[in-house]
Design a protein around this ligand. Structure first.
Ligand code: NAP
Length: 249
């Protein structure tokens, strides 16, 4: 397959593991220079070293807390300083703090809203400032099918992931005339550390309800992100792609 991102610069948040790492790997395989940002700078460094050993394009590990305005602005600034451009931003960093409404604390609610919703907003704001000047760019936000259907025990997470859809559409409308596209991906049940933390019976129950009868793999989410990041989706903005094996269609 021809490389889809030759000469482009991509920045992926939450890239030290799981879905973010697979996204960074696939974008790098497709010729992008990739900045890998994560809360844990050391693990971002290890992930970056793994990618650097696999292909010729340069990589840049960055420590970043997506909930912090200064940290996000620095992340974007460091990427542009190192690579001279920013063509693709993937807002992927995420956490869960599941609990029923009876047990969820305000701290659990705010932590999840901060990482997903505020973090994605800060990323869009900082990256779009660079992209609109360049007259091109693609921003991909990682939502979740939880934001489409609502999951019990995830009032915080479902609200944040639904909020990301509204944020995607509003910013897509603001930025379209400057050549900057903003889209979202809604993964279903994907095998990562995040879902490994689920009680096994809940995981099995959710998996059984998927028409394709299996959980997805991180690289299967990465494929949809690559499509949205590349010119293959050049006439798409404000779209939400479901990657869920047919779950909740
Ligand atoms: P994961 O394995 O837990 O990875 C998430 C990464 O985000 C971790 O490396 C984590 O770093 C990082 N992170 C957390 N808080 C951060 C912050 N404040 N600043 C920067 N980085 C931060 O999760 P995943 O399953 O790959 O999920 C990736 C994305 O897909 C998330 O947005 C998630 O909500 C979404 N998603 C996942 C599924 C699924 O089934 N797995 C389904 C739908 C959507 P630390 O580990 O150092 O904290």
């Amino acid at each position: 397959m021809a490389a889809l991102l030759t000469g482009r610069t991509a920045l992926v948040t939450g890239a030290a593991q799981g879905i973010g790492l697979e996204i960074a790997r696939l974008l790098h395989e497709h010729g992008a220079r990739v900045a890998l940002a994560d809360l844990d700078a050391e693990r971002a460094g290890k992930a970056a070293a793994e990618l650097a050993a696999a292909g010729p394009e340069p990589v840049l590990p960055l420590g970043c807390d997506v909930t912090d305005e200064t940290s996000v602005d620095r992340m974007v600034g460091a990427t542009v300083e190192r690579f001279g451009s920013l063509d693709v931003l993937v807002n992927n960093a995420g956490i869960t703090r599941d609990a029923s409404l009876r047990k969820m604390t305000v701290e659990d609610f705010e932590a999840v809203i901060d990482v997903h919703l505020k973090g994605t907003w800060l990323g869009i704001r900082a990256a779009s400032a660079v992209m609109r000047e360049a007259g091109r760019g693609s921003i991909v936000n990682i939502s979740s099918l939880s934001g489409k259907s609502g999951n019990p025990g995830q009032t915080n997470y479902s609200a944040a992931k639904a909020g990301i859809v509204g944020l995607t559409k509003a910013s897509a409308k603001e930025l379209a005339h400057r050549g900057v596209r903003v889209n979202a991906v809604q993964p279903g049940l994907i095998r990562t550390a995040m879902t490994a933390a689920m009680p096994p019976e809940v995981f099995a129950e959710r998996e059984a309800a998927i028409p394709m009868k299996r959980a997805g793999e991180p690289h299967e989410v990465a494929g949809a992100v690559l499509f949205l990041a590349s010119d293959l989706s050049g006439y798409m903005t404000g779209a939400v792609l479901e990657v869920g094996g047919g779950r909740l269609m």
